[in-house]
Ligand binder design. Structure first.
Ligand SMILES: [Zn+2]
Ligand SMILES: [Zn+2]
Ligand SMILES: [Zn+2]
Length: 150
């Protein structure tokens, strides 16, 4: 997402866009791959920007709650990528290379209805991630997975 959209999201929520928050955004937006909090800290330090790790963690939490970043957890490592899409959307994560693609469509209204009917809860939102293999990783995987029939 570009700077304008990023800034507007803070404005909409009446949140203060502090300089450290903006620097973290810039770092994520120029990164080629998702970054972890420690990596962000090191990147910023290299640019002589000393932002405390706690402050980085807090900013990332806030970004995540605003839907600005997507948090990728694999095992004990946590990385963040900047979302291209604004508003409600879903992600698919490649189990081979870790690439993430975003999807604008969300068609689970029927499912939500089912959830409400069976639990009596009022559904307000949902989170759903997809996992699989990207186009680049798929051929390698399928080659090994196709059972050999004689
Ligand atoms: Zn996203
Ligand atoms: Zn892949
Ligand atoms: Zn959805």
């Amino acid at each position: 997402m570009d700077k304008g959209i990023f800034k507007s999201m803070f404005r909409e929520k009446k949140l203060r866009l502090s300089h450290p928050r903006f620097l973290i955004y810039q770092e994520l937006s120029s990164a080629e791959a998702p970054l972890g909090p420690q990596e962000l800290y090191q990147c910023l330090l290299k640019k002589r920007r000393r932002i405390g790790l706690t402050s980085i963690y807090r900013s990332l939490d806030l970004f995540e709650s605003l839907g600005i970043v997507f948090k990728i957890t694999s095992g004990s490592t946590v990385k963040y990528m900047l979302c291209e899409l604004k508003g409600h959307h879903h992600h698919i994560i490649c189990k081979g290379c870790g690439n993430v693609a975003e999807m604008t469509f969300c068609d689970i209204s029927k499912w939500s209805k089912k959830v409400m009917e069976s639990t009596g809860y009022q559904v307000t939102d949902h989170q759903l991630n997809f996992y699989g293999f990207c186009k680049t990783c798929k051929p390698i995987i399928t080659k090994h997975q196709i059972p050999i029939t004689k």
